[in-house]
Design a protein around this ligand. Structure first.
Ligand SMILES: [Zn+2]
Length: 308
């Protein structure tokens, strides 16, 4: 069995000329490819695996997962799955719903979609002082500046600066100020799948899971903070995650992104299984030994899965 992970699946938007996404036409082609090559894990087969550890008869079948509750999952992905009689698991960060905001990680994607890397970097540089960088990263930050001058700079440098160096407490304001200076307005109301639409998706056989509340790197948080993140998320999702095996997906993914406290909390809160990012097939041992970091492939590891 192989789980495949998707983020943005949409078509070209001229207001975001540099935006990175999987084109809906390529998504369709990839679904055709999976059908032909591997087939899909049915909902019943998946339940049987989660409850009893029983693998589907055919090896290598595909299960589809979608992270971050992007609006395009409702507009593009959902109709495509319904038409093909497929189902998927959608992992939802809940802070956008209760706090009416766009997560920083997504605001950075939007800025990178709208503006050129060097312009973004220039503004970020003008807004960021060394005292906004946590102490343990200062030396690396200074070194990075030197490298940048040598090699030129682009969007990956901007992302690295925002995601890796800047103190998280200050980052929200820096992103807002950068957008301000560029005249870019974040449209809160149309970035995520509306809660009502998530209900429609669930009614039509999609599974809704938790992706934490505010999408932090959980391993950076204390056990108490982690518990609060997962509890709040399950509480906002409410009935959307009730009545079946509650599922969770680690924000960012990879074994560095969560720790034992995360897993203890998931078990304590009755979560049945969780997905990680780890490029290998799901095996019977994953059920037997550790259900809280089930492996998933990025869609770009298969034909037609490259982002535009
Ligand atoms: Zn995510």
């Amino acid at each position: 069995m192989k789980a495949v992970m998707y983020h943005y699946v949409r078509s070209y938007d001229s207001t975001l000329p540099f935006f990175r996404y999987l084109d809906i036409d390529n998504f369709r082609k990839q679904l055709d490819y999976f059908k032909k090559e591997f087939g899909y894990v049915s909902y019943e087969e998946w339940q049987n695996f989660i409850e009893n550890g029983v693998m589907p008869n055919d090896n290598g079948k595909v299960i589809l997962t979608f992270d971050d509750a992007m609006r395009c999952h409702y507009d593009y992905v959902f109709p495509e799955l319904v038409e093909r009689n497929l189902w998927g698991i959608f992992y939802i960060p809940t802070s956008p719903y209760s706090d009416n905001l766009i997560l920083d990680v997504h605001r950075i994607h939007l800025l990178c979609g709208a503006f050129r890397g060097p312009d973004l970097l220039a503004i970020a540089e003008s807004l960021i002082d060394e005292d906004m960088i946590p102490g343990e990263k200062i030396a690396e930050f200074r070194n990075r500046t030197y490298t940048r001058q040598e090699n030129g700079a682009g969007v990956s440098e901007f992302k690295r600066l925002m995601n890796y160096f800047v103190d998280y407490q200050l980052r929200t304001n820096i992103i807002s100020e950068a957008a301000n200076q560029l005249g870019f307005v974040f449209k809160q109301n149309c970035f995520y799948v509306p809660l009502e639409s998530l209900k429609v998706m669930k009614q039509k056989g999609m599974v809704i899971g938790s992706h934490s509340h505010s999408h932090p790197v959980m391993s950076r948080l204390s056990a108490t903070e982690q518990k609060s993140e997962i509890e709040r998320s399950l509480s906002v999702l409410g009935t959307l995650v009730e009545g079946e095996h509650t599922t969770y997906c680690h924000p960012y993914g990879g074994f560095h992104s969560f720790n034992r406290d995360t897993v203890d909390t998931l078990i304590q809160l009755g979560v049945a299984y969780a997905f990680n990012v780890d490029s290998r097939e799901i095996t019977p041992e994953d059920y037997r030994d550790f259900r809280f970091a089930l492996p998933r492939f990025d869609c770009n590891l298969f034909p037609f899965g490259q982002v535009s």
